[in-house]
Design a protein around this ligand. Structure first.
Ligand code: HEM
Length: 371
């Protein structure tokens, strides 16, 4: 039996309840949001312990803020990871499940890494609030390392899922089945770094936003806020330079048969990345003024990268005649309507507390008129 028949045969016989393009669009969008918060958690936890060890007055304050923000960003990364996980399981189920089975212990270990990262982050953050922080800086380092490890597991599961032609060789050694689930079969350092290096660019933009967000507050130290914004802009710029180099490294390490270097989606993504770089250059002298614009272009660059990532997956799997657009359709209006309704309700429910939090933070009062 041909591999493409096997792959299509592994699909859910019930089919999908709505047109697959909708799941794909939502998967790309929610992946972009997921990776932004992953980047904020990784970059934020790194900067929190780095600034902690620097020991200056401003460094200490920034470390405290980033430690607290990282707890929220990590929770958001986890919550926003569930959405692309559901979509990937719907339209790419044969690939995701096989990859998870091949390295099952790593897939389970992933949960332990994320849980341990959370606990270490809280130990770091809560202990920061007390006067005696002795020895607890170490927990910041532990958080960072565990998050890198968690990201690596997500990465290897994704990469393995793209190589169905290798699965048989991975499963079998001679006539013996490898059922331990402990082996890592494939990974790509350049691809992994492509998702990790932006942590420092995105966290830099976050620091610029921080400087801008509190700039109206009379009870906040203006020099400190400006220092944070300037440091963030500088870090984001350098990280973006490294990111462009890593991007080309990854691109040229891809199989030439995929012809990805001539794919227009890749170049749209790359152009968005370069535009972000130029906005960052302009922002260096007035980071607070450019903070919102920079954040907007950062989002567009990440979205462009997420679209290219999905187009790349389609190129990989197209080799095996796998297309999500040929998935059996079993239209079910009831569940689709329920899904969209809860989605909209969720936005409405979240809008109110977020508006209050925004006004409280930016102006110091809930009515937004300034303290
Ligand atoms: C909190 C620590 C986490 C980190 C550092 C992390 C990091 C990453 C990275 C780097 C990728 C891209 C991999 C690649 O394309 O090579 C990724 C993808 C993904 N992550 Fe996460 N992640 C985390 C948590 C989660 C959680 C808790 C979930 C689910 C509940 C999740 C679901 C996903 C999904 C579904 C993908 C995309 C898989 C695909 O498109 O094939 N992640 N993550």
């Amino acid at each position: 039996m041909e591999l493409s028949q096997i792959l299509n045969g592994l699909r859910d016989p019930m089919g999908v309840p709505f047109y697959p393009w909708l799941f794909q669009v939502l998967m790309v969008l929610t992946f972009a949001l997921h990776i932004i918060f992953v980047n904020l958690a990784i970059g934020g936890s790194f900067m929190a312990f780095y600034e902690h060890y620097k020991k200056g007055e401003n460094n200490k304050k920034l470390s405290g803020f980033l430690a607290r923000a990282s707890t929220v960003n990590l929770s958001s990364a986890v919550v926003l990871g569930v959405a692309p996980l559901l979509f990937v399981q719907v339209i790419y189920d044969p690939f995701w499940y096989v990859s998870n089975l091949l390295s099952a212990w790593w897939a389970v270990g992933f949960l332990c890494f994320v849980t341990a990262a959370f606990l270490a982050l809280y130990a770091f953050y809560l202990k920061r609030k007390s006067d005696n922080m002795k020895g607890f800086g170490f927990f910041g380092v532990v958080t960072f390392v565990l998050l890198l490890l968690a990201g690596f597991v997500m990465h290897l599961l994704t990469v393995q899922s793209l190589e169905p032609a290798q699965w048989k060789a991975w499963y079998l050694t001679g006539t013996m089945m490898n059922t331990s689930g402990t082996t890592i079969y494939d990974f790509s350092i350049s691809r992994y770094l492509h998702f990790i290096v932006p942590s420092f660019a995105i966290t830099g933009v976050f620091m610029m936003l921080y400087g801008w967000f509190f700039s109206n507050r009379k009870d906040m130290d203006k020099d400190y806020l400006h220092w944070v914004a300037v440091s963030g802009a500088k870090m984001a710029l350098w990280a973006t330079i490294v990111q462009i180099i890593v991007g080309f490294w990854w691109l040229f390490s891809l199989p030439t048969a995929l012809k990805f270097t001539t794919n227009p989606f890749l170049w749209i993504g790359a152009i968005l990345g370069v535009v972000f770089f130029f906005v960052l250059m302009a922002a260096q002298n007035a980071p607070e003024k450019y903070a919102v614009l920079t954040a907007l272009f950062a989002f567009l660059a990440v979205l462009g990268m997420s679209v290219s990532r999905e187009v790349l997956r389609m190129a990989y799997l197209g080799k095996f005649n796998y297309s999500i657009y040929t998935y059996k359709l079993n239209l079910h209006w009831g569940s689709t309507a329920l899904f969209l309704l809860t989605f909209v309700m969720g936005i409405i429910v979240m809008a109110y507390p977020l508006t209050i939090a925004w006004k409280l933070g930016r102006y110091g009062t809930a009515n937004g008129e300034g303290a």
